[in-house]
Design a protein around this ligand. Structure first.
Ligand SMILES: [Zn+2]
Length: 298
């Protein structure tokens, strides 16, 4: 039976316990990161307490994608649905070969996997060369065409090239989301012109580097906008209390929704409902997750 009033435990300071007004979907949670290994059940419990009822676990390479699939299988429970993505991050693109491609295609056939990725281009750090990144990304675009699942994209300092490559595939691939969008207005409109979805993290809660996003969030149509923590990374800087360890987690997603709602000038509950509806349609999730009647308004 779903527990709509799951309590917070003592880990989060009182001031950080915020329950979303409508059930949320965190479209980017790196829960296979080693920092979650020792207290995963508590992390999941706090997500439920915060009304974050669906988590998409990011699979960034073969090992982590397999772990994410296993976690989705084992840890989903009434009131908390876990799904996985499977892809090879541009940082690891140099490892792409036929064996890895076959393993990925295998993962994409699993029912727990709801998207191909994270994949894309990162010309900021170039841990793999741009040529290696483009090769691995193009191959994964092909895998997305084959399996018919949406794409979960990563892009940093490579907006123009990403758009060119997506443009070539646009008629064949289905939906695609640029996760953790942090780029400028031109890049945003370029993505929207390609009919892409946009994932927003707590980046815009950062007064040092997220300023430009505050004027842009209102430009993203609600049927293209989704929210994510990208935890354990990117702990929002607008939190009203310090968090020991400074590890980001899904239970803090309502703070990001609050910030986006503020800069859009819209009601938090309406934004929560809209982003969850968009995410359910995007990832083709069941429309009625296991929730109590009082929470079925969306
Ligand atoms: Zn990313």
């Amino acid at each position: 039976m779903a527990d709509s009033t799951a309590p917070f435990d003592d880990f989060l300071p009182e001031a950080l316990r915020l329950r979303a007004a409508a059930p949320l979907v965190d479209i980017g949670a790196n829960l296979t990161h080693e920092s979650f290994a020792r207290d995963l059940p508590a992390v999941l419990g706090r997500a439920r307490a915060a009304n974050v009822t669906t988590l998409i676990l990011t699979g960034t390479d073969r090992e982590h994608a397999e772990q994410a699939v296993a976690m989705a299988r084992q840890c989903s429970e009434p009131g908390l649905a876990l799904h996985a993505t499977a892809g090879v991050h541009p940082h690891d693109a140099s490892r792409w070969d036929a064996g890895l491609a076959a393993a990925m295609a295998d993962l994409h056939r699993q029912p727990e996997v709801v998207a191909v990725g994270e994949c894309g281009l990162d010309f900021n750090r170039n841990f793999s060369t741009p040529a290696e990144q483009e090769r691995a990304f193009e191959a994964q675009l092909g895998l997305a065409v084959e399996c018919g699942k949406p794409l979960f994209l990563h892009e940093r300092d490579a907006g123009r090239r990403l758009r060119e490559m997506l443009h070539a595939f646009r008629d064949d691939i289905g939906n695609a989301v640029v996760h953790c969008f942090t780029a400028d207005r031109d890049t945003l409109f370029g993505y929207l012109d390609l009919d892409l979805h946009i994932g927003l993290t707590g980046w815009l809660c950062d007064e040092r580097r997220g300023h430009h996003l505050r004027e842009l969030v209102g430009e993203i149509p609600l049927n293209r906008l989704m929210v994510e923590t990208d935890c354990p990374y990117l702990l929002p800087r607008n939190l009203p209390a310090k968090l020991k360890g400074r590890r980001h987690e899904p239970a803090l997603l309502p703070w990001i929704v609050r910030e986006i709602a503020h800069w859009r000038g819209m009601d938090e509950a309406a934004l929560a409902r809209a982003t969850s509806n968009t995410a359910r349609a995007f990832f083709q999730l069941p429309t009625a997750p296991a929730l109590t009647p009082t929470h079925q308004e969306n």
